[in-house]
Design a protein around this ligand. Structure first.
Ligand code: PXL
Length: 433
């Protein structure tokens, strides 16, 4: 995936296009840049700004658009009216998702847009936005209204939406109990997404947020999924912020953990397996990967949604999260207790043909019978633990596959276990197709 960041250069690399390239790279996307202005700044103070000429701005955009297929664009600092109008002319005909981060002031006090250019920003840049991500302060400036008891956040978001942005996300609203809320106004729905406040003055969090949104929407995620993803990513970058210079901390994108990277890759490979839709059960599929020595399902990464059947294809709904899976993660937790090297699992539809293939293979297979489960246990809701424990209690080495044939109202199921997600795919290739 190729993502383009159009914005200002920040030599501290905390914000602006340098920060976006770091974020895009973290997502596994290729980051391209078009510079609108050069700033002189560090973590303590903001120095000069020099906007680039219309000529070189146009030439940068043409150079990129004639060579690369761009999946998504983020617009950050635009500084003056000439840049705004040039961008509009160059971008208006594109059918690519555009995220607009309406940056007005830097944390260190620099004015990132001339006040006389705000009108043109409203007229030309806001209508380009698939999503616009103002913080509370920026939303108030763009709407020329204060958020207070008379003017709700929704009212302010509607004013901005009327200017032409398809979706409006107002970030950083103080909620109760130390929560920070993002308000989302889509075309015909509105909602809030809440997260913990992480108190740290930092440089870069706004850029991280909008960079994450452009990645997610370009990846065909819904607005709600994209906002959740961006919130999590930004919180993480603030938690990990680092004092690199002498002034405020710079948000820090720590490398996506290995567990996440490996599972993401295997899920991407899984959904591309030919005819795999035939192996997806009614209750859909989850694919999980655990940290070493998991204490609970919170240490196990899984999809907050599922891998779901869509006609003859399968698609990923939701995103990866620790604690994202309940059933498959619980099954893995039980197996891992006895066989600690088993850290990954996937559930598939029970098919007699697969079972007979498995029986002919060298895989260690075990099963349990849900009909034998006591009523008390069923009521307690610990069927998975009970079943898996039953299936492994006499095993001397770790199972490759555990299945059960279902019960009244319970779908039969196969779970494949392995040390790593990629080894699960290997096992899978021997028993399907
Ligand atoms: O975070 C907003 C931002 C965007 N772009 C540039 C910046 C800043 C904040 O300092 O310098 C170039």
């Amino acid at each position: 995936m190729n993502l383009l960041s159009i914005g200002g250069s920040d030599p501290s690399s905390g914000a602006g296009i340098q920060s976006d390239v770091k974020s895009f790279s973290e997502f596994g996307a290729y980051g391209l840049t078009v510079i609108t202005a050069i700033t002189g700044q560090n973590t303590s103070s903001f120095g000069m700004i020099e906007a680039v000429s219309k000529k070189i701005l146009k030439n940068q955009i043409e150079s990129i658009l004639t060579d690369f297929k761009i999946n998504g664009i983020k617009i950050g600092m635009v500084f003056n009216s000439e840049i705004i109008k040039t961008l509009y002319q160059q971008l208006k005909k594109l059918k690519i998702p555009i995220v607009v981060d309406p940056v007005i002031k830097s944390t260190t006090g620099g004015a990132l847009i001339e006040s006389k250019a705000i009108k043109d920003f409203q007229k030309y840049i806001i209508p380009l936005a698939t999503v616009i991500t103002p913080n509370k302060f920026e939303a108030e400036i763009l709407s020329k209204s204060k958020i207070n008891s008379k003017n709700s956040i929704e009212k302010i978001a509607k004013i901005i939406q009327k200017m032409g942005a398809k979706n409006v996300v107002i970030t950083g609203i103080e909620g109760k109990n130390n929560k920070i809320i993002d308000f989302v106004l889509e075309k015909s729905t509105k909602y809030m997404i809440s997260g913990d406040r992480i108190s740290s003055t930092n440089h870069g969090s706004g850029c991280n947020y909008s960079a994450a949104i452009v990645f997610a929407i370009s990846n065909k995620k819904t607005i709600r999924e994209s906002v959740k993803f961006a919130k999590e990513f930004t919180q993480d970058s603030i938690k990990n912020s680092k004092k690199v210079g002498n002034g405020i901390k710079i948000t820090n994108i720590h490398k996506k953990d290995q567990i996440n990277a490996e599972l993401s890759q295997s899920i991407n490979e899984f959904i591309k397996i030919k005819n795999i839709y035939k192996n997806i059960p009614e209750c859909q599929t989850n694919f999980v990967y655990s940290k070493p020595k998991p204490k609970s399902t919170k240490d196990i990464l899984g999809l907050s949604g599922r891998i779901v059947k869509a006609g003859n294809e399968v698609v990923v709904a939701g995103s990866l999260a620790y604690g994202g899976s309940k059933h498959v993660a619980t099954a893995l937790l039980v197996v891992n207790k006895k066989f600690p090297h088993i850290q990954s699992a996937i559930n598939l539809k029970y098919e007699k043909s697969i079972i007979s293939k498995i029986k002919k293979s060298k895989f260690l297979i075990s099963s349990y019978d849900r009909i034998k489960e006591s009523k008390d246990n069923k009521i307690k809701g610990s069927s998975v633990e009970w079943g898996i424990n039953n299936a492994i209690k006499n095993l001397k080495s770790s199972p490759d596959i555990i299945f059960h044939k279902g019960d009244f109202g319970k779908e039969p199921m196969i779970i494949i276990f392995g040390d790593k997600p990629k080894n699960i795919l290997k096992k899978l290739s021997k028993i399907t197709g």
